[in-house]
Design a protein around this ligand. Structure first.
Ligand code: C2E
Ligand code: MG
Ligand code: MG
Ligand code: MG
Length: 297
């Protein structure tokens, strides 16, 4: 109406496009939140799993659970298309709990089939900081008493670990008390200070894929990755490289001291039922073996 229209005009009497765009974003966010809440009820969410491989040992060391939305009309929708719209809504907390429970249920199913697999689960900042987080985590773990708790790992973005640092540390330490460790995801994009890194109870740093992507041909990215690997070893943290798309990148990472990698070059995220078959057929790339052998001579 007229009043709204006037409110949206800036001092020079022009329609303010920025406000219009913001209105549209708010509307689309509300729509996604509502639709996703229904998706959770209708069981349209699923987890896919992407292997992490130790190149030197030539074996899989764990899997990352990644959320997908099996949309009835649009097919498989990736988390980048819907999670940013809900990460400031309490729905992210509900989804996050569903993800943890689903991951544990899958681990239990694999274990019953004779596969003892470690799984890491992404946790949103809002979820980690929510009042009921520890209770929910505890309740999920209690549903699967036969699983060793250290087989579950939580990933939080380096950038979210930098907000509300005191509280984040407190929650992480409480999780540690439950036997659950943390990885700092997309590491290198959040500018954690050395002081903070020294104190944060995360055993693993996951180097962001944007740095890994060009290590073979960009000296700056190579230097950055080397720096993170050095930092990790100085603080006695493990390091995982994300987004490894070729065997050559793997060899270079191994030479730099990063043995655990994840990426399309090893395996794409896959539905849970494909994991046992993938594991049975997985053969490490001969290039990795050659490098590992050379080190042992
Ligand atoms: P992330 O945790 O950093 O996960 C890695 C992302 O990179 C995944 O995208 C994965 O499919 C993709 N990826 C893996 N290897 C390669 C590669 O070699 N090349 C390229 N180009 N990409 C690769 P995905 O599954 O679309 O997930 C995107 C992000 O969504 C995740 O980034 C994570 O931050 C978030 N996410 C996914 N599942 C969950 C969840 O259950 N809860 C929360 N809070 N966030 C989630
Ligand atoms: Mg992750
Ligand atoms: Mg990442
Ligand atoms: Mg990411």
């Amino acid at each position: 109406d007229q009043a709204m229209y006037e409110a949206k005009q800036d001092g020079r009497g022009r329609y303010n496009l920025f406000d219009a765009a913001r209105d549209q974003r708010v509307q689309s966010r509300r729509h996604v939140v509502g639709r996703l809440r229904q998706a959770l009820r209708d069981d349209e969410l699923e987890l896919h799993f992407q292997p992490k491989v130790n190149l030197r040992q030539g074996r899989m060391v764990g899997l990352e659970a990644l959320l997908r939305w099996r949309h009835p009309e649009r097919g498989l929708v990736m988390p980048g298309e819907f999670l940013p719209q809900v990460e400031h809504d309490d729905l992210i907390v509900e989804i996050g709990t569903w993800v943890i429970r689903r991951a544990l249920a899958q681990m239990a199913a694999w274990r019953a089939a004779g596969l003892d697999l470690a799984v890491s689960v992404n946790v949103a900042a809002r979820q980690l900081l929510a009042d009921g987080f520890l209770a929910a985590l505890h309740a999920c773990l209690a549903e699967f008493p036969d699983l060793a708790r250290d087989r579950l790992e939580l990933e939080i973005l380096e950038s979210s670990a930098l907000e509300n640092t005191a509280r984040v540390r407190q929650v992480m330490e409480a999780c540690g008390g439950l036997g659950i460790g943390f990885a700092l995801d997309d590491f290198g994009t959040g500018y954690a200070s050395l002081t903070y890194l020294k104190e944060i109870p995360a055993e693993v740093l996951k180097i962001d894929q944007s740095f890994v992507r060009h290590i073979l041909d960009d000296g700056d990215d190579l230097a950055l990755v080397e720096g993170v690997i050095g930092l990790a070893s100085a603080f006695r943290r493990q390091v995982v490289a994300e987004g490894v798309e070729s065997a050559e990148q793997g060899v270079l990472l191994m030479r730099l001291g990063c043995d655990v990698v994840q990426g399309y070059g090893i395996a794409r995220p896959m539905p849970a039922e494909r994991v046992p078959g993938w594991l049975a057929e997985f053969r490490p790339d001969p290039q990795w073996a050659r490098w590992a052998d050379a080190r042992w001579e």
